[in-house]
Design a binder for this molecule. Structure first.
Ligand SMILES: [Zn+2]
Length: 314
């Protein structure tokens, strides 16, 4: 059976019988291709043509990035992206992800909190689409009643941790990479979209103004965030409305690891972006070995496993 025809899922483990194998892959293919989601009635906003165009722009930018890493991008459709209204039953869950959105493997859907800003929309959608376009693997657990139960086995860098049900290996590193890619999307791609150009320019001007005034960090709820992490900035009366790239702690660790690897392997890499790209490629190829080798060589035996458990190996 070919996985090529199976949409997003690249691997299914644990299913020995062909009938189970087909049943599970058919489910994923159906939710990926047909995507007739039930249970969202009245909770999502119908997308305008402009919003669809922005979603397509984010998807095409993601595809371009994935291709430049030497991987084949998963082609996704805007109908798998859902714009949730305020008060939707998934609101707390989605807001709790600190990224204005969430991706769910089982329903093959990106859930995005509705926003008045098209730049926020583009960045949120881009982040979730990177999860969507990542390497997918699922594990068959067993039959419960009439249903085949499955678990998320791999999503991007993230891997199932069978010892702790809710915890996943490499989740920190996965989110750090996704967010770093979203930062690159904001910096290098956003202004290329005619629909976003004006708003992006206004935001960047505001950020530059702040930097000229000597602002290097922004305080929100008594926590300081670097100004370079801001991607939305608008004064509402006296108060600033600000949105930032999340996973600051996780990205700090990732960036430190990349800096150290680059410093210690200067003969192998011409710039640090080359090292970052090796990490980023794992999300789409599913192959962790190149990163595992680099990390173990630089930080010692066992370092890759420690990284997977969320420890700071620097
Ligand atoms: Zn994420």
């Amino acid at each position: 059976m070919s996985f090529k025809k199976r949409g997003a899922i690249k691997r299914l483990v644990g299913a020995k019988e062909i009938s189970i194998f087909t049943l599970i892959l058919d489910h994923y293919l159906n939710v990926f291709e047909e995507h007739n989601l039930v249970g969202l009635e009245g909770e999502e906003e119908e997308k305008t043509d402009r919003q669809k165009e922005i979603i397509d722009f984010a998807a095409n930018s993601a595809n371009e990035m994935i291709q430049s890493l030497g991987c084949e991008p998963l082609i996704t459709k805007s109908k798998n992206v859902h714009l949730l209204k305020r008060g939707a039953s998934k609101e707390d869950y989605v807001e709790g992800q600190y990224e204005g959105g969430a991706f769910d493997q089982y329903t093959m859907a990106c859930y995005i909190m509705k926003t008045h800003s098209e730049v926020k929309l583009a960045v949120r959608v881009f982040h979730e689409l990177i999860h969507f376009k990542s390497y997918h693997a699922v594990r068959f657990i067993g039959i419960v009643g009439q249903e085949a139960r499955v678990a998320e086995y791999r999503l991007g860098f993230g891997a199932e941790n069978r010892k702790k049900e809710k915890a996943k290996y490499f989740l920190n590193i996965d989110e750090a990479i996704v967010t770093e890619l979203a930062k690159r999307f904001f910096r290098k791609f956003l202004s290329k979209c005619p629909l976003l150009e004006a708003e992006a320019e206004r935001i960047n001007r505001k950020i530059e103004e702040e930097k000229m005034l000597g602002t290097s960090s922004i305080r929100i709820n008594n926590v300081f965030f670097p100004i370079d992490d801001v991607y939305y900035f608008q004064m509402v009366g006296e108060n600033p409305d600000i949105e930032l790239f999340g996973y600051g702690k996780e990205r700090k660790v990732l960036n430190r690891i990349i800096d150290i690897i680059f410093q210690e392997n200067r003969n192998r890499f011409s710039d640090r972006e080359e090292v970052f790209n090796i990490f980023a490629k794992v999300l789409f190829s599913g192959n962790m070995m190149p990163v595992a080798r680099l990390v173990e060589r630089t930080f010692g035996k066992g370092a890759f496993r420690a990284l997977g458990e969320g420890l700071d190996i620097t």
